[in-house]
Write a new protein. Sequence first.
Lengths: 260, 262
Amino acid sequence: MAEHGETTAGNEAKAVKGHKFLGSLRDALLAAGRDDEPIEIVAPTPKASSIAAKAIDDKGPPPLPKPQSLSAEEAARLARTAPEHPIQRPESLAAANDEDVPPTTRVVRPEKIKKADPEPEASPRTVLVRGRQQIERNVFERDPVVGFLIVVGGPGLGSYRPVFEGNNTVGRSTGNRIPLDFGDDAISNEAQAYLRYDSTDRSFLFVPNLAKTNVVSVNDKRPAGPVPLQPMDVITLGRTQVAFLPFCGSDFDWSEISEA
Amino acid sequence: MLPFEHAVAATRGARDYQEDAAAFRPDGGEGIMLSSEGPAYDAGGFAVLADGMGGHAGGALASRTVCEEFLAAAAEHSGSSVDRLIAALKAANKAVAGKIEENPLLAGMGSTLIGTAFGPGGIEWVSVGDSPLFLFRRGEVALLNEDHSLAPELDRMVAEGKLTEMEARRDPRRHMLRSAVTGEDIDLLDVSQRPLALEAGDYVVLASDGIATLDQTEIARVIQGYAKDGAAAVATAIIRAIEAVREPYQDNATVLVVRAVG
């Protein structure tokens, strides 16, 4: 039971039982946050695509073709910024020297309009940070992952799906919180089963949806009701088998580190 | 397949006249005045869209004149794309002045203009007025050109709390222009500062401000929905989406859609 009793700044480093790797995660995070070495943190990209920023998007291994090329907004910004030698605009076009001409129906002359400054964009450069870093840990930008399902048999073998806090529907369509969309048509489209993580008692519960066509099984049992899940339990849905791997549990929960 | 597919669709909205005009001229070809034709494929060329103003006859004449003259002049001139765009804009402006000189009753007519050069290096544009030029890429839409109406000014006032969002949206000044092609000197013009390289699947949309009935996310959604079906399907879908809103004072709306086939 290694204790971190003599950490120099020892303010937050609570002694945590270290018999499992998950148990020491909090320590590891806190220690990393107190590093005196300069750390480089990549500046967040200016506008993450807010439209599709659902947590469901970060499903497993076939990474959505998100090439490192410019997004629409970035490409637009680039085309609007001048290269080293700006284009000469013809004088006659740029000049606004006809103040005495009465305005036409829809045209107003710009004298009373102050041009709005183009808003300064977030700097694209990496921000150099030194010394101790305050690491944000109280705002989740997406649903926190509490575990994983890993496909160990059938279509999609080797892939994984995150399990999120709260209730997760498991089904074939991508609308499910845990989509098993690898092509197994023996899995119901919507909610073949539910997987629930309860952060108050830190337990995982697997609940089959009895209204669906195909029977699901957990470790060769065919439950008719909720069953608590243990690490490495194997769930069979249709012709697909997934193994369950928890991230949260008795040793760790997000509430421990999201200081709020 | 050739790299660019283009198509046009338009609606008169709630008006009984159409003051928008749009056309595409392939490199080395004839300018095509498009109303709602099917898609065409080209290796490059110039696209232009104009939203006329100044009453029934004037507005339509101005936008048509501007489009025709712009494409003709763009084809005549040589040099860099931007030079050709600016030369074409000047020629278009001069043509409007000429028409007004011929018939002084037309004084006050004018037009917005977006001129876009498509080529292997990407696209470049010149724009005067409030007709938006959009880039659609991977589900997102970005506005490329500068809006020369008072709308940005009103939006700034909203941000400062001087106006509510609703007031700003309804404000008639929203459609007043700080700059337009009227035959006089052009007060403001927006020119691309460097070519924007296109990727396969990108859509470039030249539109008249009647498209403002849809906000940018709606436009993105519509394009996304039809992105696989090509420029003609996207153009019609945008116009149908505008018509579906049934805005009582819907302005003319025209879109010229160009897809980078790649």
